[in-house]
Design a protein around this ligand. Structure first.
Ligand SMILES: [Zn+2]
Length: 348
């Protein structure tokens, strides 16, 4: 598992090296996670097969494999709209996850609206209907336990389908400075939202841009015991990525090692803020060999059955909350203390 992680990071590093420094840092990548973007999946590959499936399997939810190598049975969909969230980029059909993940997003949206001055969540990619690798945007998000949330607050109106496709991302980074937060877009409510997300015990990691991590290290005055869950990563300057642990009793879900103790405002962050992660390869270095396409047979064996299994009757039949899936009960949560009290934040 560690070696898988190391390989993933090496791949990300190699990919990033191809882009110019400023472009990489200031624009982020459209769907978030920093991986090679390609025009379309190679026919027959796991990306093509999982990307073409439109409905989840019937039956109980099962996360199979690891965040970056696996699939998902019995997924449920985040409803496109709720009182405190809206799902974005609906054409991508990636609002599927474990009920645990979907329930957590809804809870975060309610808690943030009630306590943190964050009016609602714009939710990006979660997983495909049966999880698996995606042809663009992400290395992980394969087993229904990862979700991207925009760092843009939900506007006060219901977005049209077209607006959800085209609303631009807003980077939290200053355009012309190296890894520096733009204080004209970053607000204390952003900080509270991140710490709210980190406060849930099932949330194991939250990926943010290194500049965001630094900002949190420098400015968060509340309880710092969950600050270590915020992990610096490439991209993630216009959205953050929530990863929850394998739920108890989920056989077949491969856990990730817990984050190290401490707030992470240490030499691991200093490395991200130095030149090494952003260095271009030397001109005489041979470009890295293109990694072989992942096939369904490369995934855990059970994923072959997931691909072949019969679908649910409809999206609605598998939408969280719509047919009694998932609890709709509100859970009371105490305010998070720290920084300034909730206030209005600018709409972008
Ligand atoms: Zn993500």
């Amino acid at each position: 598992m560690v070696s898988l992680l190391v390989r993933t990071f090496q791949t990300i590093g190699q990919t990033i090296g191809k882009f110019s420094l400023i472009a990489t840092i200031s624009t982020g990548l459209i769907a978030g996670d920093a991986l090679a973007q390609q025009a379309g999946p190679t026919p027959g590959s796991a990306k093509a097969i999982f990307g073409a499936v439109t409905l989840p399997t019937q039956g109980p939810t099962q996360s199979i494999g690891f965040y970056a190598k696996g699939c998902l049975a019995g997924a449920v969909a985040l409803p496109t709209d709720g009182p405190t969230w809206q799902a974005m980029r609906l054409s991508r059909n990636r609002r599927w996850g474990r009920p645990d993940m979907i329930g957590l997003l809804e809870r975060l949206s309610r808690d943030a609206a009630k306590h943190d001055g964050w009016p609602g969540l714009l939710v990006g990619d979660i997983s495909q209907p049966r999880g698996g690798p995606m042809f663009n945007g992400h290395a992980s998000h394969q087993i229904g336990l990862d979700a991207d949330v925009w760092l843009t607050p939900m506007p006060p109106h219901k977005l049209t389908v077209a607006e959800r496709e085209t609303l631009p991302f807003t980077s939290m980074l200053a355009k012309d400075k190296f890894l520096t937060i733009n204080d004209r877009v970053w607000t204390p409510a952003h900080a509270r939202l991140l710490m709210r997300a980190a406060s849930y015990p099932e949330v194991e990691r939250i990926f943010v841009n290194p500049a965001i991590k630094k900002k949190m290290c420098d400015t968060w005055t509340g309880d710092r015991s969950n600050l270590g869950k915020l992990r610096p990563e490439y991209g993630h300057d216009s959205h953050f990525h929530i990863r929850i642990r394998c739920p108890a009793g989920s056989v077949g879900c491969t856990p990730q090692a817990p984050v190290a103790a401490g707030d992470g405002c240490d030499k691991t962050l200093a490395w991200w803020l130095g030149p090494e992660p952003w260095a271009k390869p030397k001109p005489d270095t041979k470009p890295p060999a293109k990694p072989r396409e992942i096939m369904v047979s490369d995934l855990p064996r059970a994923c072959q059955a997931v691909v072949a299994a019969p679908p649910v009757a409809s999206v609605r039949a598998a939408t969280y909350g719509a047919t009694g899936i998932g609890a709709s009960a509100e859970t009371e949560t105490m305010p998070i203390s720290g920084n300034t009290p909730p206030g209005q934040i600018p709409q972008q």
